[in-house]
Design a protein around this ligand. Structure first.
Ligand SMILES: NC(=O)c1ccc[n+]([C@@H]2O[C@H](COP(=O)([O-])OP(=O)(O)OC[C@H]3O[C@@H](n4cnc5c(N)ncnc54)[C@H](O)[C@@H]3O)[C@@H](O)[C@H]2O)c1
Length: 346
C-alpha cells in the first residue's frame, strides 16, 4: 500500500486521535480535562480543555468571565476589539441609530461570531447575537450595549430558529444581514463514522445554515439592501484529512450559497460565503489541542503569510460582503487564509 507523505499521515493520525477525544500539545498526550503544561502557560495562565471542547485560559471569574493573562503584541489587529482573548472592548460599541441596519449573527457568543458582531456594531449596525450558548450570547451582547440583542437559539432546531428571527424582529423591526457562522468542526474517522455522527455534523454545519436562511428570508426581502454571508471553511474548498463530514458540509455551504445567490438575486438578496483558513479562536485552540501534536509555529509554517488569522481578519471581510461596497458581488466564496489554500495546491 502506498503511504501518504509523513506530514499528511501525521495530520490524519492526529485528527483520528481527536475524534477519540485525545490529543497532543507540544508533545504532551492529553485527554479532555487535562491540565496543560506548555510554553503558552507562561503567557496565558493555566489552560484547561473543557468538556465542551473549548480551552479555558486564565482564572475563571464569578459570572463565568475569564481573566486573561495572554501577552499581547503591539499592532495585533485583535487589540482594536479585545481586552484579551474573550472580552470585547466597550469602546468598540458605537452609537447605533434606531433605524440603522440590523445584522443577525449565529454563533455570535464566541470566536469569529463574537468578532463579527463587534465589527458590525463598530460599523454602525445593530446586531443580534444568537448562540445556543446563552452565557456567551449574553456576555457578547452585554459588552456591546444597547445596539446588541442576545438570543439563545440552537440552529439545529427549526422552532428555535424561527423564534430567533421573531425575537430579532420584535426588538429591532428588521433584518438586513444574516451571518450564518455557527458551526462545529467535527473530527471523523471516515472509514468508521456512524450514520448518527455523520448526520449530526451535517445537521449543524449545513442544514442549520439552510434553516436560518429560510427563516430570515421574509425579513430579508423587506430590507433595502439585504445580504447573507455564510461561513464555510478552507476544509470545504480543499478537503481536510480527518474531517470528512465537516469538509462535505462546508463544501455544501458553498453550493447552497451559489444556489441561493441565483434564486434570491431577483429579490435583491446577495448571498456570499467566507472560507476561513487557520483562525486563532478559542474553539480553534481547543481543536488544535485535541488534534495536533505541534506548536503554533508548525501551523504557521503552512501559511505563506507566516501567521495564523485573527477573528478580526475574517470579521472585516464579512462586514465588507454585507456592505454596499459589495453591491455587485453574489454567489462568491472569499477564502481568508493568508494563502494557505493556494500553498496546499503548489
Ligand atoms: N477558527 C477557525 O480556524 C475556522 C476555520 C474555518 C471555518 N471556521 C468556521 O467558523 C465558524 C466559527 O468558528 P469558531 O472558530 O469561531 O468556533 P467557536 O467554537 O469559537 O464558535 C462557534 C460558536 O457557535 C456556537 N454554536 C455551535 N453550534 C451551534 C448550534 N447548533 N446552534 C447555535 N450556535 C452554535 C457555539 O456555541 C460557539 O459560540 C464555524 O462555522 C467554523 O466551522 C472556523
Amino acid at each position: 500500500m502506498r503511504r501518504p507523505p509523513a506530514r499528511l499521515q501525521r495530520r490524519v493520525e492526529d485528527a483520528q486521535g481527536a475524534a477519540r477525544g485525545e490529543g497532543r500539545v507540544d508533545g504532551q498526550v492529553l485527554r479532555r480535562g487535562d491540565r496543560l503544561q506548555d510554553r503558552h502557560q507562561r503567557h496565558a495562565g493555566p489552560r484547561r480543555l473543557l468538556a465542551d471542547g473549548r480551552v479555558r485560559h486564565g482564572t475563571v471569574l464569578p459570572g463565568g468571565q475569564a481573566r486573561h493573562g495572554r501577552r499581547r503584541h503591539a499592532g495585533d489587529p485583535a487589540d482594536h476589539h479585545r481586552q484579551g482573548d474573550g472580552a470585547l472592548s466597550a469602546t468598540t460599541a458605537g452609537p447605533a441609530a434606531t433605524d440603522s441596519r440590523v445584522a443577525l449573527v449565529t454563533g455570535g457568543g464566541s470566536g469569529l461570531g463574537e468578532a463579527t458582531a463587534c465589527a458590525f456594531v463598530a460599523a454602525g449596525y445593530r446586531v443580534v447575537v444568537a448562540d445556543r450558548d446563552a452565557d456567551g450570547a449574553a456576555r457578547v451582547a452585554g459588552a456591546l450595549g444597547p445596539a446588541a440583542l442576545p438570543v439563545t437559539a440552537d440552529i439545529t432546531d427549526t422552532a428555535a430558529v424561527d423564534a430567533m428571527v421573531a425575537a430579532a424582529l420584535a426588538a429591532f423591526g428588521r433584518i438586513d444581514v444574516l451571518v450564518n457562522n455557527a458551526g462545529l468542526p467535527v473530527g471523523d474517522i471516515s472509514a468508521e463514522i456512524t450514520d448518527e455522527r455523520w448526520a449530526s455534523s451535517l445537521e449543524v454545519n449545513l442544514s442549520g445554515v439552510m434553516r436560518c436562511c429560510r427563516a430570515a428570508h421574509p425579513a430579508l426581502t423587506r430590507s433595502p439592501d439585504p445580504a447573507v454571508v455564510n461561513i464555510s471553511s478552507l476544509a470545504g474548498v480543499t478537503g481536510m484529512p480527518g474531517r470528512a463530514s465537516y469538509s462535505a458540509a462546508k463544501a455544501g455551504v458553498i453550493g447552497l450559497t451559489r444556489a441561493l445567490a441565483v434564486e434570491w438575486a431577483p429579490a435583491g438578496i446577495r448571498v456570499n460565503a467566507v472560507a476561513p483558513g487557520y483562525i486563532r479562536t478559542a474553539g480553534f485552540e481547543a481543536r488544535m489541542m485535541a488534534a495536533r501534536a505541534n506548536r503554533l509555529s508548525d501551523m504557521e509554517s503552512w501559511v505563506p503569510m507566516g501567521r495564523l488569522g485573527t477573528p478580526q481578519d475574517v470579521a472585516a471581510v464579512v462586514v465588507f460582503l454585507a456592505s454596499v461596497g459589495a453591491a455587485y458581488i453574489t454567489g462568491q466564496t472569499l477564502v481568508v487564509d493568508g494563502g494557505a489554500g493556494v500553498a496546499a495546491r503548489t
